[in-house]
Design a protein. Structure first.
Length: 329
């Protein structure tokens, strides 16, 4: 075994999942033994982050999925397809009009990332043996009873669940990964693992209970045209996804409209219902349009929180502007 494991108990109310892991990767300094495409991915992510909210969100989604396909699924062709989608979106004249002349650096960085995933070999694999425990303050190692059916995620994407003995095994990319164990909405443990190709590592995760755990999703709004919600829209449905996986919800906690800085402008919980497919459907589009009218042309953000049938709390945001016309700061 050639692995270094650091386990942390966290009481933070919100856990940023895959997006947070991506942001951390983009900010971390390169390691001497680091895969070349990790640096190209990080540079692409930094360049894309300089764009406006609506375009940035969608490009980051494609960039992150491209990295996932290459790093975790070992599929350079799928990674290249995702990066190609990001480049096509970046070159869309309607999007470029938001920030004329501001796309050169992101385009070059995405092209470099795409070239890297097509020429460099994907990472090797390592095997992790996971053991999840309840927190026991009275023991030196803090390990209490095994936790059955804990959700095990690698870099923010669920990969396995523990059995009755609190254990699970899975393959991960060799190199640095974040492993997370959680019990929906109440308990959490995180470990940063560094494993060499072809090795196995034991990872003990002690779950700190009694804390709200909120998972991060992406909010897709069917009524958007690009990043604009047109005036006169007569339907609005919000679907929560994680990666490419639909996350149907059971009930809504909140449905907020915020300004570009994240300040709440108004809540619209009573105007939204959960439909049979687990999506959030606006039941009075005209009333929502009336509430949005004073903010026409300004950067806005939808912020929602909802709970699924397993008790997992999901939080998602989506930047947009309401109505056509001049773009206002």
């Amino acid at each position: 075994m050639d692995a270094t494991v650091r386990t942390a108990r966290r009481g933070a109310a919100v856990v940023a999942l895959w997006a947070a892991a991506c942001a951390a990767a983009a900010q971390a300094p390169p390691r001497a033994d680091e895969h070349a495409c990790r640096s190209a991915y990080a540079q692409a992510r930094v360049a894309v982050a300089a764009l406006h909210d609506g375009l940035r969100e969608r490009l980051l989604q494609s960039t992150d999925r491209g990295w996932w396909h290459f790093w975790h699924e070992r599929s350079p062709s799928s990674a290249a397809d995702e990066i190609g989608e990001a480049l096509a979106l970046l070159r869309d004249p309607a999007e470029a009009a938001w920030e004329p002349g501001a796309v050169a650096d992101p385009e070059a960085a995405l092209q470099a990332f795409g070239a890297c995933v097509q020429r460099a070999p994907p990472p090797g694999r390592a095997r992790l043996r996971i053991a999840a425990y309840e927190l026991h303050e009275g023991r030196p190692d803090l390990r209490g009873a095994p936790v059955a059916d804990a959700r095990i995620a690698v870099d923010g994407i669920e990969a396995a669940r523990t059995g009755a003995d609190g254990r699970a095994e899975l393959e991960v990319p060799a190199g640095p990964v974040e492993v997370r164990a959680s019990v929906p909405s109440t308990a959490l443990a995180l470990a940063e693992v560094q494993a060499a190709p072809g090795t196995e590592a034991d990872v003990a995760l002690v779950l700190d209970s009694g804390k709200e755990v909120v998972s991060t999703a992406h909010a897709a709004i069917d009524a958007l045209v690009g990043t604009t919600l047109p005036e006169g829209f007569d339907r609005l449905v919000v679907r929560l996804t994680e990666g490419r996986q639909h996350r149907p919800v059971r009930y809504l906690d909140r449905f907020d409209i915020e300004d570009g800085a994240g300040n709440t402008l108004f809540r619209f919980d009573d105007g939204v219902a959960v439909d049979a497919g687990g999506d959030l459907r606006c039941i009075d589009p005209a009333a929502l349009a009336a509430r949005l009218a004073p903010y026409r042309g300004r950067p806005l953000r939808l912020s929602v929180q909802a709970v699924d049938a397993d008790g997992v709390t999901w939080q998602a945001e989506r930047a947009f502007r309401y109505g056509a016309g001049p773009v206002l700061p």
